[in-house]
Design a protein around this ligand. Structure first.
Ligand code: PHE
Length: 335
């Protein structure tokens, strides 16, 4: 009769080795541990077992029952574990590609500009985007009634508080807290009342530059802009200055780079002039120095602006500024 127990054990070992999912595990349980399963039916043979073997038959059957129960529970637990984290692993499935973020093109270009100017010994400064009339205009030699206020369409929060129209107010804040010599840039967002189109946006990005010292000259300004153009776009890029007007600089200029697409030959993008307008610059106006308590007889300085969006458009050949602000991943993932 003990042979019967051994038969069940062998059959069970064979069956459990071919269990591959929950369904076949359940079949295994019914077959061996169910009410009409192998173990139960073996117990029903008890009356036929010769009396002297009955005890060891019962014990053997109980030991087998426990062992089967244990193996069944262990396998069941391992199925639950795999389904809880990843499910069954299908090694033939192609891997899932992780999405890797990247810098926005404007951030990448701003970082590059910062690196270049840091290399020239400039510090990187910051200032508020919500400014008072004093910092955005007054201290920059733009009094309330000055017609130059019309040069920039300002977004007013109150009569005295504006969204800064340029990064020039950061010049004032730095000169108020720091004695010359000063060499700084201030990248950041600026706001103007503009209707969006391919080349206008109600907000965009500028880098302000300022250098103040004992004998800073216009030649230094030209040198630094030229050196920047070479680092940013290549050694064959020329820079030219045209006379212009800004209330906070005297003399003032607008500066151009030779077209980065045709390298100055003349093409559709530069309207066949060979040049691209970049921004304004000039020597710090004595009134600006006076507003921050720097003696204009002792110190001179230059200041310049630079459009980050514009530089990024030139660098990447983008013809619509709005693309920067729509956050279309098809656009952003190209950089
Ligand atoms: N702030 C000027 C603008 O936004 C640019 C500029 C900066 C001009 C510094 C001269 C000197 O138009």
């Amino acid at each position: 009769m003990l042979v019967k127990i051994e038969e069940i054990r062998k059959a069970f070992e064979k069956d459990i080795s071919s269990v591959k999912d929950r369904a076949s595990l359940e079949e295994l349980r019914v077959k061996y541990l169910g009410r009409k399963g192998q173990i139960s039916s073996a117990f029903t043979l008890m009356p036929q077992v010769p009396a002297e073997q009955r005890k060891s038959f019962g014990q053997g059957l109980n030991i087998l029952k426990n062992r089967i129960e244990q193996q069944y529970q262990a396998l069941k637990a391992s199925f639950e574990e795999t389904s809880r984290d990843t499910g069954r692993i299908d090694l033939s499935l192609p891997g899932r590609k992780g999405f890797v973020g990247r810098k926005h093109p404007l951030v990448a270009v701003a970082d590059e500009i910062k690196d270049i100017f840091r290399g020239f010994g400039f510090t990187v400064e910051d200032g508020p985007e919500i400014e008072t009339d004093f910092y955005n205009f007054e201290a920059l030699n733009i009094p309330k009634t000055h017609p130059a206020r019309d040069m920039q369409d300002t977004l007013y929060i109150t009569e005295d508080v504006v969204l800064r129209t340029h990064t020039s107010p950061v010049q004032i804040r730095v000169m108020q807290r720091q004695k010359p010599p000063i060499r700084m840039i201030a990248p950041g967002r600026v706001y103007r009342r503009d209707t969006p189109d391919a080349s206008h946006s109600p907000f965009f990005h500028q880098v302000e530059g300022l250098a103040v010292g004992k004998d800073v000259t216009f030649a230094d300004l030209k040198g630094i802009i030229q050196a920047f153009a070479h680092r940013m776009f290549g050694k064959d890029i020329n820079v030219r200055f045209r006379p212009s007007f800004f209330p906070f600089t005297e003399p003032s200029a607008e500066y151009d780079f030779s077209c980065v697409f045709c390298r100055g030959e003349g093409c559709r993008v530069c309207k066949h002039t060979g040049w691209m307008e970049i921004s304004g610059a000039g020597m710090v106006h004595p009134n600006v120095f006076r507003a921050v308590g720097i003696d204009p007889e002792e110190y001179t300085g230059y200041a310049f602006g630079m459009g980050i969006d514009r530089i990024a458009m030139l660098k990447y050949g983008i013809d619509d500024i709005r693309l920067f602000f729509e956050n279309d991943l098809r656009f952003l993932t190209q950089f």
